[in-house]
Design a protein around this ligand. Sequence first.
Ligand code: 0A1
Ligand code: ZN
Length: 879
Amino acid sequence: MYRDTPHAIHLKDYQPPEFLIDRVELHFDLDPDRTSVESRLELRRNPAATRGDGSLRLHGEQLELETVEIDGNPLTGSEYVLDPESLTLHRVPDRFSLLTRVRIHPSLNTALEGLYQSGDMLCTQCEAEGFRRITYFLDRPDVMARYTTTLVADRARFPVLLSNGNLIEECRLEDGRHLARWEDPFPKPSYLFALIAGDLRAIEDRFTTASGRAVDLKIFVEPHNLDKCDHAMRSLKKAMRWDEERFGREYDLDVFMIVAVSHFNMGAMENKGLNVFNDKYVLARPDTATDADFDGIESVIAHEYFHNWTGNRITCRDWFQLSLKEGFTVYRDQEFSADVGSRGVKRIADVRLLRAHQFAEDAGPMAHPVRPDSYIEINNFYTATVYQKGAEVVRMQANLLGPDAFRQATDLYFERHDGQAVTTEDFVRCMEDASGRDLSQFRRWYAQAGTPELTMQGDYDPAAGVYRLSVRQFTPPTPGQPEKRPFHVPLAIGLLGDDGEDLPLRLEGDSQAPAAGTRVLELKAEEETFRFVGLDSRPVPSLLRGFPAPVKLRFDYGDRDLLFLMAHDSDGFNRWDAAQTLMQRLLLALVRDPDHGVLDAFFDAFREALLDAEGDRALLAEVLTLPSEGYLADQMDLVDVDGIHRARAGLERAIGGRLRADLLAVYRANAAEGCGYVFTPEEVGRRAIRNLALHYLMQSPDDETLGLCREQFAAGDNMTDVMAALRLLADHGGAEGAEALECFYRRWSRESLVVDKWFAVQASSPREDALEQVQRLLSHPDFSLRNPNRVRSLVGVFSVANQVRFHAADGGGYRFLADRILELDPLNPQIASRLLKSMIRWRRFDRTRQALMCDELRRILDAEELSKDVYEVASKALE
Ligand code: 0A1
Ligand code: ZN
C-alpha cells in the first residue's frame, strides 16, 4: 500500500542482473497460519553484468526474516539492510551460498499472490512478482535456476504435496506429518515456481510422446469435483498431440499435473510441470457447464500446456517482453481451437473479442504498445493488447512468411533460444533469419500503440477495365505517443463479379493473371494505390478478408454491396463482417433517429440467412447476433447509453415479431436428437442457433414462446440450454422470472461455479431494477469479496456487461463500483484494479456522466492508502 507516489519502471533502464542463481533448495514447513520457508541459494556474480557496488539486493515483501547466513556464517542485523521491499547484503563474495529463513502467513494472504490458502488447500501464484512474498530472491525472469523443493505438512490435512518437476522422495515423519521432495531438472525463473498442499483426488491418464516416452497426466481436484475432470483431460491430450504435429514440440518431464483451485485471480498459470488453474477452466459436466465453458476449458488447458515451450523453456528477459510468451501462446491456442473446432467461427469469436476489448483499450487512457515502455505495476499489463493484439502480431508474421517458412522460423526460435530469457526482438530476428524477409518496419507493431485506421476508396474505370483501390493509413495518438509512423500492414483482398464469384486480382504490371481468389497486398507507405486490370464490370471489393491485421476499416459500402457480400463472399469471415456492418449501421441510424425505418430488405436478408439449412449453424448464429451495446458505444464519438439500449432492444423485438414463424420453425427444427449432450462443433452450433431463435422470440413473448422457454428451463439436461432459458425468464421478470431464479439456486447452491452463473445472470439483466438487485445480492450469504470468481460474477459482470444500468445517468452504478473498489483494494489489489478499468473511458460520455465518473475516480485517488495497481489506473485515467 502506498502513500508516496509510486514510480514507473522503464524498459530503457533494463540492466542484466548483477548476480545469477544456479541452484535453489527450498524447505517449507507448511501451516496455513504460520509457514516457515528456508531457502539455500547458490549465487555467483554475473560475468555479463556491469559491475555494481558489490552489494546484493534481494526482493522480498511481507516476509518475517529470522535468519541470514552466508557460507554457513550467520549475519548480524548490522550486516544487512531490510526495507519493506528488499533485503540488501553488503560486500558479498563473488560466489557464495546464502541461507535465509522466513515466516509467512498464507491464511492472511487475501491478495492471492505468493503462498495462500484457497478453501482447505494451500497454493501459490508467483507470476509476475509473487515469489518475493515467499522468500528473499532475485525475483526477475532473467534469473533462471534449478530448484529442489521439500514440503512438510500435516498428513491428514494435506495428504497431497506437489511442486515442480519429479517427485524424488516421500516419507512419513513424527507427529502425523509427512514430507515430499520434488526436483525440477529444468532451469526456470522464479515466477514459474509452484507448490500445492491439500486433500485432493486426481484423475490419471497417460500420454506417449512422438518419440515414445510415457508421460503421466494427473488432474487434481477437491474430492467432490472428481466427476468433472474428463473434458479437461481429453483437452490436455489433444493439445499435447497437436503441439507435436503442428510445432514439433514434445513434452519434457515424466509427469504433467494440473490442479484446480477455487480462489484464483486469473484464468490459470503455466508453472513448470504443475499448472494451477482457476477451477472454472477445469471443471465441467454437461449439467453444470455451458458450451462456452467447455470451449474455454479446451483453450485454456491448451494455452497453459503450450507455455511449456513458449514461456517456460524459452522465457522473457523482463516483463516488458510479456507478449513474447503471451502473444505467441495465444496465437498457438487460437490455432489449436481452430483446428479441433470450427476455424471460421473461432476467427469470428477472436476478432469480436479483439474489437470489443483491445480496440477499446487502445482508444483509452491505458493504451500501451504490445511491448510497453513503462509500467508502475506489471499486474496491470496482463491486457488484451499484450495477449490478443500480441497474437495478431504473431499471426501477421505467420501469414507474411507462409506456413513453411513460419514453421522453419519457429523451429529456429526453439533451437536458438532454448533455456534462455529473451526479447520480442529475438523472436522477430528468427522470423527474418529463417525466411530472408526484412521485417524492420514490421517491428513498429511492437512499439507503437493505437489501432491503425485504413481509409480505402475504390473507383472503377469501365473504359480501361481498371479498378483503383487507394488506401491511406492513420493511427490516432495515444498517451506518450502523439505521432505514429506508418505500419507494415498485410491486406488480404478479393474482388467479386456480378455473379458473386471471385475474380482474378491482376495488378498492373503482373506478367500473368493469378488465379481467382484472395490476394495479399502489403501496405507500407502512408498512402498507396493498387490498380487491378482486366475487369469488364464494376467489382464489389471484399476487403481485409479473414481480418489480416488489427486495424479498423473505413470504406463507404452501399447497403446493397453489403447485402451482396453477406450472401456471396467466399470468405466466411467477411460474410459475417458484412452482416455486422449492416446491423451496426442500421442500429446507429436508429440511435440517432428512433423513427428511422427498417427496410424490408433487412428482414429478408435476415430470414434468408436464418433459413439456410445447409450452412454451418454456429457461423449462422454469429452472423445473426447483433453487435453488443458496448461495441456500438465504441462506434460513437459521444455515447448515447439509453439510445443504444432502446435501438438494440427495439430491433431485437422487431426481429422477434416479424420473423416469429421462421424463428419458431428454426427452434423446433433444431431440437436435440438422440442421446444426451455431446460437445462437438455441430452440436454446439445446433444449440447456438436454437437458443438464438428463442432469444429473439422472447423479446416479444406470448404464451407459446413463454411456454417453450419454461419447458426448456425445466427439461434441459445440459447447462447451455438451461442457462439460455433462465436468462430469458429472469429478464422477462415477474413471478415467472423470480421462480426460475429461485428454483435454479435451490438446485445448484452447492456448486460454486453454477452459483457464479446465478449471480451473473442477475448482474447483467437490463431490467430497470438491476442495480438494486445487485446491491441486495452483496449481502447474500454466498457473496464474498474474497473470491475473485464471485466478485467478477456480480460486480465485474454488472460494470462490464450491463452498459445501460452501469452507466445510468444518476451515477448510481459508478458510486456502487467505486465503493466496491475501495473495499476490495486492501484485500486484493489486482482484482480491484481490473474492476476500475470499466470507468476509465469517461471522456466518451456526456458532461453529466463525465463529471460523475471523475468524482468517483478522485474519491478513489483520495483514499488514505491505495495499492500501486489501483493508483496507476486511476491516475492515468485522470491525466
Ligand atoms: N501466465 C498466465 C496468466 C497469469 C498471469 C498473472 C497471474 O497472476 C498475476 C496469473 C496468471 C497465462 O497467461 O495463462
Ligand atoms: Zn499465457
